[in-house]
Design a protein around this ligand. Structure first.
Ligand code: MN
Length: 203
């Protein structure tokens, strides 16, 4: 079955004033839509089409040479944005709780240090990419990857990710990526992030 863009569980304007409605609409419908269209075109007629995108990205070496770059870019784009929509929401921000809170404290000494590392990784990402909080099987860590590369292709499970492509923030923030990253914490749905950690630890 072809891949598809998941519906948002909130409206395009639900993340205002931190992320404007027009950015959300273009980002979700046009950018994510284009990744999905190109992913489907690349994998049409292969057995990979029936695999969860996480499996595909964890096995990029097994993708035929002539399709690998398209799958890396567009499959990554699909998985990354799917997570992005899930870990944001109206009424976001605040503090994580439960196991996630404990894991953040154990690794970073507190939420402020995690935020600093995520923001620094995003600000310092030259060009386009993402800043990630990942689980490596035993611990949390922060990493930045270029373009639409997925942590899954490096054996890590993304728990939280922030898109630092200009298309994610340009209408409101123009060149001010640090301001976007600072405001972005106000839309993070920490319970959704916690569910991702719980799922991979249980997995
Ligand atoms: Mn994006």
């Amino acid at each position: 079955m072809p891949y598809s863009v998941p519906d948002l569980s909130y409206s395009f304007d639900a993340l205002e004033p931190h992320i404007d409605a027009k950015t959300m609409e273009i980002h979700h419908d046009k950018h994510h839509g284009a990744y999905v269209d190109k992913l489907n075109a690349a994998l049409e007629g292969t057995q990979w089409m029936d695999q969860p995108i996480e499996e595909v990205l964890a096995n990029l070496d097994a993708i035929p040479d002539d399709k690998r770059a398209a799958v890396r870019n567009n499959g990554g784009g699909h998985a990354n944005h799917t997570l992005f929509w899930e870990i944001m929401g109206p009424g976001g921000g605040g503090d994580p709780s439960g196991e996630l809170s404990s894991a953040i404290d154990d690794t970073f000494g507190g939420l402020d240090e995690l935020k600093q590392q995520i923001s620094d990784a995003g600000v310092n990402r030259f060009g386009s990419g993402w800043s990630w909080l990942v689980w490596d099987g035993s611990a949390l860590s922060v990493m930045s990857l270029p373009n639409q590369d997925s942590p899954l292709s490096e054996g890590r499970t993304p728990i939280l990710g922030v898109d630092v492509w200009e298309h994610a923030y340009y209408l409101t923030y123009q060149n001010r990526r640090p301001d976007y990253l600072a405001a972005w914490w106000n839309v993070v749905n920490w319970s959704a992030v916690g569910e991702k950690l719980d799922a991979t630890r249980a997995g």
